[in-house]
Design a protein around this ligand. Sequence first.
Ligand SMILES: [Zn+2]
Length: 248
Amino acid sequence: MSEIVLKGLVLRSADYKESSKMLTVLTDALGKISVSARGATRLKSRISAACQPLVFSEMTLSETKERYYLKEASTLETFSGLTADLKNYALGCYFLELLDASCPETVEEPEALTLGLNALWLLSEGKKEPQLVKSAFELRLMTLLGYQPETEQCAACGKAKPDVPALDLRGGALYCRDCALKALAERPMTLDEPSLLAIRHIVSAPRKSVFSFRISDSGLRRLSDVAEGYVKEQLERSFRTLDYYKSL
Ligand SMILES: [Zn+2]
């Protein structure tokens, strides 16, 4: 039985057999993996704190042919600011569900992990408008995982500054609204200039400045609708945690 030390964010935690938990963890070294945490629900368990969703820890795992087991853990970050506000907490849970839905099993995605941790930290510390953090997280995550929208120019006529820019959420391409009406069967989502500039920033900015941009309130509303719609269309699913967040 070999041992591995790595860092991981718990995306999901389910009761498993007597007194154990089965965790879904996004790790820096192995990507998304399932980890069995034996005895995690026992009163004296030393690993229980690290077995909650939203907790980021350094973990020592033992590996058998079938699976990973959590042997030891020391908590690095719990994003405790999220527990003070139900809405932010719900949004954090959506971030976890989105990471879980989009990161493939056992494929290293260190950038997706870093992005997720940064988004949760900004939300927890109240450093940025939650809608801005959510939109940037959604679009950058899609970009990292191979679903980058093409927003340099109109996909039909090549104009870099479409008169009325619009994004085809399914095809992930930018159009002038008039070009889109001719080229597409479905209606694209209309952008305004602030939301288009923000999207271009989010998909292409250096890692450290993904969340560093300013946008008007109306631009942010537009950006938020586009980012959310884009995720749903690209991953072809809805999210229970997002529905809950929006019901609050
Ligand atoms: Zn055009």
